[in-house]
Design a protein around this ligand. Structure first.
Ligand SMILES: Nc1nc2c(ncn2[C@@H]2O[C@H](COP(=O)(O)OP(=O)(O)OP(=O)(O)O)[C@@H](O)[C@H]2O)c(=O)[nH]1
Ligand SMILES: [Mg+2]
Length: 463
């Protein structure tokens, strides 16, 4: 892939640089053992690692700079290739003081290591063939995952789920290219008479597989980043009360004065592993109050960008003209209607509202925190079709990988187009090869150095 490995030995603090129980300094590269030999003494003062260093063992002792003791540590030595990076690796477990960690890092640098760039350990793992690019990207996702879905999904990707699917489609595409090339070279033994029709079916199947991955990519994004959710409704229906009920705390101001919420308020809530990035807005109504007017405008803006709209209706007042107006703004948005204040006597029922709006309705009492489980299961159903277990699904979460899939699909559609136009077979193989290359970009088989550097620079220090 045109990337020349520099075989220097790198080092970094792998844990957070803040006071904590334990800190880890990590070394990777051909001189890792040479360096640790120079700066480590066993507890009994005995010669250090004079013997051949065993792999995957922990040794207790001191990090020394000449005769200065820097810290009492545990050292883990791991021999290539059975390490994260595929290179000789040493991890120094020290006391988690900021100064201690920095001193140890300084010492390993002094004795020959270079400071690692962010993500350089993972980059080496990729370049040494320990993982493909989709797996490497899942390492970042795993570190940054903020909910259960994201964590499980990253782990699945890390185990090679995306890679395996992509590798399979790629080899099938390559098979077709090879067939076309052979047939063109050796027309006596291979006939291409019925081939375009056969290829059309196969390409359609490739496209179906890519479409499935793309569909899941949208779910993946939602899982990773959360569902953009907005609460709308006329003033006083209980929007802020509902936000508070979900949060389990009095975050938003609630009063019986219509027009209480002026400025939108955002919170992230994790419900059974799904993250809702939820915005409580000012009640929408026509008003002469200048401040409230701005709030209403903002509410409408949030509405435009939402993945999910929670439309609150007051069960005690029925469906008013204000409600009609708000409903007309919702268009085709994913909407859940919440019929609130069900603890009082209602003048409109769930059934009435469902028949009128053709949207799912959940009865709640924000005040008494009732109806929340029904609401949560409906959210799950809407976004994940009720499937909370991962089954065999794999969710692509990287925008980069999604772009590669889209380009691959474009090339495959181009093949279908050429077949429809009755073009010569070598046209098919050009676009098939493009599709093959695009998929290779997901796993990192055909990416350039710049891209590799960009991807790994998003990693944390020491990873
Ligand atoms: N009985 C009853 N009262 C509720 C319920 N939910 C909200 N309320 C009351 O309704 C009033 C308005 O509640 P808010 O949560 O401030 O309503 P809002 O929709 O945020 O209002 P604005 O910010 O003015 O648009 C308050 O007095 C709440 O206590 C409910 O489920 N039952
Ligand atoms: Mg409010």
């Amino acid at each position: 892939m045109g990337i020349i490995m520099e075989y220097k030995t790198i080092a970094a603090i792998a844990t957070a640089v803040s006071p904590s129980g334990v800190g880890i300094i990590r070394l990777s590269g051909p001189d890792s053992f040479v360096i640790i030999r120079k700066i480590f003494k066993k507890r009994n003062g005995a010669a250090i690692f004079n013997e051949k260093i065993e792999s995957h063992i922990v040794t207790h002792g001191y990090i020394m700079d000449d005769n200065d003791i820097i810290d009492e540590v545990l050292v883990i030595t791991m021999r290539a290739p059975h390490t994260y990076t595929g290179e000789d690796t040493v991890e120094i477990d020290c006391h988690g003081g900021v100064l201690v960690m920095k001193k140890i890092l300084e010492t390993v640098i002094k004795y020959g290591a270079s400071i690692a760039e962010p993500g350089e350990f993972s980059k080496r793992a990729f370049l040494n063939g320990k993982m493909d690019l989709s797996q490497a990207e899942s390492v970042i996702d795993l570190i940054h995952s903020s909910n259960e879905f994201a964590r499980k999904n990253s782990l699945k990707q890390l185990s090679g789920f995306v890679k395996d699917k992509i590798v399979k489609i790629r080899s099938e595409i390559l098979h077709e290219v090879a067939f076309i090339e052979s047939a063109l070279d050796d027309p006596e033994h291979y006939s291409l008479d019925t081939y375009p029709a056969e290829l059309e079916l196969k390409v359609q199947e490739f496209i179906n597989k890519i479409n499935l991955l793309l569909k899941n990519a949208d779910n993946g994004k939602i899982m990773k980043e959360g569902i953009q959710t907005v609460i709308v409704g006329k003033p006083n229906v209980g929007k802020s009360s509902f936000l508070n009920a979900l949060l389990g705390e009095d975050r938003a101001i609630v009063t019986d004065i219509a027009g209480t919420t002026r400025d939108a308020l955002s919170e992230s809530i994790s419900l059974d592993g799904i993250t809702l990035n939820i915005v409580d807005t000012a009640g929408i109504r026509s008003t002469n109050d200048e401040v409230e007017k701005i709030g209403v405008l903002k509410s409408k803006e949030y509405l435009q960008n939402a993945d999910l709209v929670l439309f609150l209706v007051d069960a005690t007042s029925g469906f008013s003209s204000d409600d009609e107006e708000i409903f007309s703004l919702l268009n085709n948005k994913n909407t859940i209607v919440l019929l609130n204040k069900m603890d009082l006597s209602e003048v409109i029922t769930k059934e009435d509202l469902e028949a009128k709006l053709h949207k799912p309705v959940v009865c709640i009492s924000a005040k008494n925190q009732e109806g929340l489980p029904e609401f949560i299961s409906l959210v799950k159903e809407i976004f994940f079709k009720g499937e909370l277990s991962f089954n065999q699904e794999v969710f692509i979460t990287s925008a980069r990988q999604k772009d590669c899939l889209i380009s691959c699909k474009d090339s495959l559609n181009q093949v279908l187009h050429s077949i429809a136009l009755g073009m010569p077979e070598d046209f098919f193989s050009i676009d098939l090869m493009n599709a093959y290359t695009e998929l290779g970009n997901i796993t990192g088989e055909s990416v350039g150095e710049d891209l590799v550097n960009e991807i790994f620079s998003k990693f944390c220090m020491g990873k």
